[in-house]
Design a protein around this ligand. Structure first.
Ligand code: FES
Length: 127
């Protein structure tokens, strides 16, 4: 993870992210291209990734903000079923190879969820 050089961006109240529930989806610029990222709560902690499958660079949610499989064990790409470990973003099965989802640096404090942009992934409203 990059060193934090950017101010935190407030994303949503902590209470919005229930355990293994709907993710909060947010707009970013990834290498200056518009993209989305998401944060969800899994095993009590926040996990956040760029919403981009490793198989084909497409968004993964089934419905807006729904990333988990029916058993709520994996982040599952809705296009061809690549499965990712929520805690690490590593490919756990399907056509995603040996890679990992691109992690976003998030934290929660004071009942609020924050994202720390990086050099590569910046707020959508930045330059
Ligand atoms: S695009 Fe995600 S599994 Fe093919």
């Amino acid at each position: 993870m990059d060193e934090r050089t950017e101010p935190a961006v407030a994303l949503c109240p902590s209470a919005e992210l229930v355990e293994k529930g709907i993710a909060h989806v947010f707009e970013v610029l990834h290498f200056r291209e518009p993209a989305r990222a998401f944060v969800l709560r899994f095993d009590g902690r926040l996990v956040a990734y760029l919403n981009r499958c490793l198989h084909v660079p497409t968004e993964m949610d089934w419905q807006y903000g729904e990333f988990l499989d029916s058993g709520k064990e994996f982040i599952l790409c809705s296009t061809h079923g690549a499965a990712y470990e929520p805690q690490t973003g590593r490919c756990a099965g399907g056509p995603c190879g040996r890679g990992k989802l691109t992690a976003m640096d998030v934290e929660e404090r004071g009942g609020q969820v924050y994202w720390y942009p990086s050099r590569d992934t910046r707020p959508a409203f930045a330059d």
